[in-house]
Design a protein around this ligand. Structure first.
Ligand SMILES: Cc1cc2nc3c(=O)[nH]c(=O)nc-3n(C[C@H](O)[C@H](O)[C@H](O)COP(=O)(O)O)c2cc1C
Length: 339
């Protein structure tokens, strides 16, 4: 373990369609060392129910990565306190110790319903929601008798970073266990560059525990941020971590990604989907999405990758993957979000 990384907590970001239970279990099995995995958001509704795939994603029996070294933290998307508190109780009953509120999702269908980043538009309404959440949360206890922790994942505004200050003032008033800040406004989605300088100004406005999230694709990127924010001890990685699933290991002083382990990771994800009953084509589609990240390690193998994405049967798909790993030059690359 490097001295700089000692004591720091590393998290896999929630990513809808990617970091579900199959992915999380496979990641933890092949690349142990990540302390926290956030689930993609659970879309809460007035029926106080979840979709079948969401129930599966949080079923404690399926969480193979929860082995004393890693924790799974479910994230919820809602603008209603009663729904949030229902989820908090339901998750506490299933042994979870923390629930994370999404106030950052930029999707138009989410924002227009005042959820996700839509909550940032009206700080007064956000405050009413948080008042109700924290009024009720004290009644919800985990199996070990502790109060359920509430964390939030947010952005630095809807349209302008000028909003960040007022938003931090709101968040600072509540007993969040952690505030995860992705320093981009909603209108930026995930494009362009993140704004660490805005994270710095947020950090100056609260004594709460902050987690930094945004554009960390390499161990070097992380060292730069650690130097800039030595007091920050919690880090969340998304696209860079999907691309390089060994990122945390390297930050902690370990070796860089090897082809064999990426193949094992791939196979575990594919087999995990199939074992869960996912149809072949759908399992392949899941993997195609991952190849949009993993392609960075196979420079000059564009033709091979194109052929891979055109495969129609699972047998053909597996053959193409094995061909790619056998024949293409593997050189760990990194996600280039600016391309
Ligand atoms: C495909 C995709 C799905 C995402 N799904 C979620 C989600 O369910 N909940 C959430 O809070 N953020 C979600 N995010 C945002 C990520 O958690 C993260 O904040 C973002 O990718 C920036 O971090 P990065 O630069 O390390 O990738 C998603 C991002 C992407 C690209």
């Amino acid at each position: 373990m490097t001295k700089e990384a000692q004591g720091d907590v590393f998290s896999f970001a929630p990513m809808e369609g990617i970091t579900n239970v199959v992915f999380r279990n496979a990641h933890h099995a092949v690349f142990p060392g990540t302390q926290r995995y956030y689930t993609p958001f659970l879309g809460l509704n007035q029926n106080m129910n979840l979709q079948k795939k969401e129930w599966r994603d949080i079923d404690p029996e399926n969480q193979l990565c929860v082995d004393g070294t890693a924790e799974v933290i479910p994230q919820v998307l809602t603008c209603h306190a009663d729904q949030f508190l229902w989820a908090a109780q339901m998750l506490a009953d299933r042994g979870y110790g923390e629930i994370n509120l999404n106030t950052g999702c930029p999707a138009p269908t989410v924002v227009t319903r005042h959820k996700g980043a839509g909550l940032l538009e009206k700080p007064v309404e956000l405050e009413i929601l948080l008042d109700e959440i924290f009024d009720g949360i004290g009644r919800i206890h985990t199996g070990s008798g502790k109060e359920m922790r509430v964390s939030v994942k947010t952005r630095t505004g809807m349209k302008s970073h000028d909003e960040a200050e007022a938003l931090m003032e709101v968040f600072d008033r509540y007993p969040f266990s952690e505030i995860i800040i992705h320093p981009r406004v909603r209108e930026e989605y995930y494009k362009g560059k993140a704004h660490p300088e805005v994270f710095a100004s947020c950090a100056g406005r609260t004594a709460k525990k902050l987690c930094y999230n945004g554009d960390i694709y390499t161990a070097e990127n992380w060292r730069e941020r650690k130097k800039q924010f030595p007091e920050v001890t919690a880090w969340m990685f998304g696209r860079g971590f999907v691309t390089d699933p060994a990122l945390v290991r390297q930050i902690q002083g370990g070796k860089e990604l090897e082809a064999g382990e990426l193949l094992e990771f791939h196979d575990r994800i594919l087999d995990g989907y199939l074992q869960m009953g996912t149809e072949d084509r759908n399992a392949m589609f899941r993997l195609f999405e991952l190849w949009t990240y993993w392609r960075f390690h196979f420079q000059g193998a564009d033709k091979c990758l194109k052929k891979l994405k055109k495969t129609k049967s699972l047998a053909d798909y597996r053959a193409r993957v094995n061909e790619l790993f056998a024949e293409a030059d593997f050189a760990p690359g990194f996600y280039d979000g600016l391309k």
